[in-house]
Ligand binder design. Structure first.
Ligand code: SAH
Length: 366
């Protein structure tokens, strides 16, 4: 099969947002065009806000006709918008299959961050996360991932430029590797969004082989959802730990940190009252994080219906933070944003037709 046939499905049109620059160049070469058509098209789409192929004046008439017939520029659609008292905006976006995903815009004095989803639901079963309870439907296409940035940026207007993107919405990004990498490439491409690698962060629960692959695939910032420093507890909170225990995870992080000088990994640690917030946990954390260039982000637990955990007290979180900082580990406490619209970490749920039937299993177990 030649590359043109690979891309052109006679029934379904090709969504040009599914390609990063390399993919787009290959697509055009498959059509007998020059690879530079890729950057021409990207400029129209991402920089000039022109989505009508007929208006792309530097493309030949026959190429425009081809694109009209076989291609689309399609994104998920905003169906609900909620604005929190602190300015945070949460959108439910509908995908072509009818499921809904959520994205959150977080304005701050010095930056505007967009928190995006990588999957419809999540196949992992972290016990403190609301998305996990929904089960899993499917991976998002690259166009549905970059599409969230595309739609959000248009919605908040150019005056509120989105400067940072975090993969901390629904799903495990490293279990949707190729589509996440293609969308990250677009975010960091000067012909698309031109974000710096320090401003695009993939957050993972610790899919070790994918962390290793990521190191060579793209130079993006990495955050790891650690949440426990003992395998026994992490097996319970983040069950993927049973497959990739802490020693394997930390080895992969050390390797990833070697990619570039001054590179560090951000570790996320949700503060759960009486579960992972003792002095012993703090000491364990210090010992573990000393072995890799790291920063620590403590996340106050955000409750959701039927969750059995409570957030650690303010005093405990502060004590944890002070202990870690005093030991030389740069530690911050994540500000909870958009609380009044359930837009905080672990509260994104969208609307998911569960294919894993997890919600049934959970219901029966309760
Ligand atoms: N699957 C990815 C992205 C998940 S969400 C990952 O595991 O990293 C981003 C962060 O929010 C993760 O650190 C996740 O553990 C955390 N989180 C999930 N549920 C939460 C909750 N209820 N309260 C606070 N943080 C939560």
């Amino acid at each position: 099969m030649n590359s043109l046939q690979e891309h052109v499905n006679p029934v379904k049109k090709v969504n040009l947002l599914d390609f990063d620059r390399k993919g787009l160049a290959a697509f055009f070469v498959g059509l007998g065009e020059k690879p530079f058509r890729a950057t021409q098209l990207m400029k129209w789409i991402y920089q000039e806000d022109v989505y009508d192929f007929d208006a792309m004046s530097n493309l030949s008439k026959s190429l425009r006709a081809y694109l009209n017939e076989h291609c689309v520029i399609a994104t998920p659609e905003i169906v609900i918008e909620q604005v929190a008292s602190d300015g945070t905006i949460k959108w439910a976006m509908q995908t072509h299959c009818g499921n809904r995903i959520e994205s959150v815009f977080i304005p701050e004095d010095d930056r505007n961050t967009l928190c995006i989803s990588s999957q419809i639901g999540c196949a992992l079963a972290c016990t403190f996360c609301s998305t996990a309870q929904q089960g899993f439907n499917r991976n998002l296409a690259a166009s549905e991932i970059i599409g969230q940035l595309f739609v959000a940026q248009n919605r908040v207007s150019k005056a509120n430029r989105i400067t940072n993107v975090v993969f901390m919405g629904m799903g495990e990004p490293l279990l949707n590797f190729d589509n996440v990498v293609a969308s990250v490439n677009l975010m960091m491409d000067d012909f698309a969004y031109g974000l710096s690698k320090r401003r695009v962060t993939i957050s993972s629960s610790g899919v070790v082989p994918a962390i290793e692959r990521l190191g060579t695939a793209c130079d993006v910032s990495l955050a790891i959802s650690l949440h426990a420093v003992r395998d026994e507890l992490r097996d319970e909170l983040v069950p993927i730990n049973k497959k990739y225990p802490l020693n394997m995870l930390m080895d992969a992080c050390r390797e990833n940190a070697k990619i570039a000088p001054r590179r560090f990994i951000t570790f996320e640690y949700v503060m759960l009252d009486g579960i992972n917030d003792t002095l012993e946990d703090a000491r364990g954390l210090i010992k573990l994080l000393k072995t890799v260039p790291s920063k620590l982000n403590l996340i106050p637990f955000n409750p959701f219906p039927n969750s059995s955990y409570r957030c650690s007290s303010k005093e405990t979180i502060l004590k944890f933070k002070t202990l870690l900082n005093d030991a030389g580990i740069i530690t911050t406490v994540r500000k909870t944003r958009g609380e009044d619209i359930d837009a905080a970490c672990g509260q994104l749920v969208g609307q998911v037709a569960d294919k894993s039937r997890r919600h049934l299993k959970l219901k029966n177990a309760a």
